[in-house]
Write a protein that binds this ligand. Structure first.
Ligand SMILES: C[S@@+](CC[C@H](N)C(=O)[O-])C[C@H]1O[C@@H](n2cnc3c(N)ncnc32)[C@H](O)[C@@H]1O
Length: 335
């Protein structure tokens, strides 16, 4: 069966009022348009009401969108320019999926960027016990969200602020949620990458370009999860203590978002690759083959945490009943 698309879009207008643009639903044939934000995407990308062709795109809809795109660029020069995305609510089942995928719990502080009618912060508090903040430029949506939070009896754990998402301090968040347009996601990316390692970022519909998601699920809509990686690229000096004695190893790590690779060199030896390197937030693991003694070679399995210019954790040499364990500690010594 073809997917049923429920559709609602509003555009910001002069003085912060929103004009209901369109509401409706239909079964789409032919090419599946992934997002109800698609008209906004088309509008913002092309600056006019050009539409993706499908049966659902009636001439009436076409007429509405052409008028809307024209209105948003002509009739609302001051206020509407501040809005980077129109209000299109995330379906409740997708809200649930975003929060489930981010593994939100009572210890979390969720910030929804462009919070619309407040449904994501309210669900985070009501269903997952988290504290949450919603920020939106639209005053009327903020008032509506506050009222909904009162009705849901979560007003002590959820706050809403009328402010620009780009000027919001994201530092206290453990989880960021967003349903924004691709260009807005891209602009936010440097700020997201600077968040505390381990912060979860979850987005509905649009991804973060070439920063690959750590997970993606599709339940009606695409939902993406990223875990902010620690910054580990550079040269590190490591010491490890195993029952045989203490040893020094130099590491060179390269990084592209959460993907890492690198080389290791034990004192007096040639560079060898790091095997199975993984970075998840501040958690790092990799394997170095200890081949110094050909008759007794074994893998060194490193697991640890990164905190600024220091990494440390546990190392295991070998497997089964021949294995030994110890500690390792590394300090960043250069880029
Ligand atoms: C697509 S809606 C998403 C609403 C809600 N997060 C959800 O998923 O149901 C995007 C929201 O971002 C708000 N918005 C647009 N530009 C903004 C900006 N620069 N700062 C804060 N909010 C903004 C709009 O008013 C709108 O409510």
């Amino acid at each position: 069966m073809e997917p049923l698309i429920k559709y609602r879009a509003v555009i910001p207008a002069k003085g912060g009022y929103r004009l209901p643009l369109l509401a409706g639903e239909g079964r789409m044939g032919g090419r599946f348009i992934g997002s109800p934000l698609q008209p906004a995407l088309e509008c913002s990308n092309r600056g006019r009401g050009r539409l993706v062709k499908n049966r659902f795109t009636s001439s009436l809809l076409r007429y509405y969108l052409i008028i809307a795109c024209a209105a948003s660029s002509v009739a609302t020069p001051v206020r509407s320019q501040q809005f980077d995305v129109p209000f299109v609510p995330t379906p409740q089942v997708v809200v649930d999926e975003m929060l489930r995928l981010a593994n939100v719990g009572p210890g979390d502080f969720v910030i929804d960027l462009g919070s619309g009618d407040g449904r994501i912060p309210i669900a985070a508090a009501k269903k997952f016990g988290a504290r949450a903040l919603g920020v939106d430029l639209d005053f009327h949506l903020i008032i509506q969200s506050e009222e909904s939070a009162r009705q849901a009896a979560v007003e002590d754990r959820v706050k809403f602020m009328q402010q620009d998402l780009f000027k919001t301090d994201l530092g206290p968040a453990t989880v960021i949620t967003m349903y924004l347009l691709p260009a807005v996601n891209r602009r936010l990316r440097p700020q997201l990458l600077d968040l505390k390692p381990g912060t979860r970022v979850v987005a509905h519909d649009f991804d973060l370009d070439d920063w690959k998601p750590d997970r993606k699920v599709t339940i009606r809509k695409n939902v993406f999860l990223w875990i902010v990686p620690a910054k580990v690229a550079g040269r590190w000096r490591m010491r490890l203590a195993l029952p045989g004695g203490e040893r020094a190893i130099e590491l060179e790590l390269r990084q592209r978002f959460q993907e890492i690779d690198g080389l290791a060199r034990a004192e007096g030896q040639i560079m060898a690759p790091l095997w199975e390197p993984r970075l998840g937030g501040d958690a790092i693991s990799f394997v170095v083959v200890d081949g110094e003694d050909r008759d007794n070679e074994a893998s060194l399995y490193f697991e640890g945490r990164v905190s600024g210019g220091v990494m440390e954790g546990e190392v295991r040499r070998g497997v089964g009943n021949t294995q030994s364990t110890g500690k390792w500690h590394a300090v960043k010594v250069g880029q």
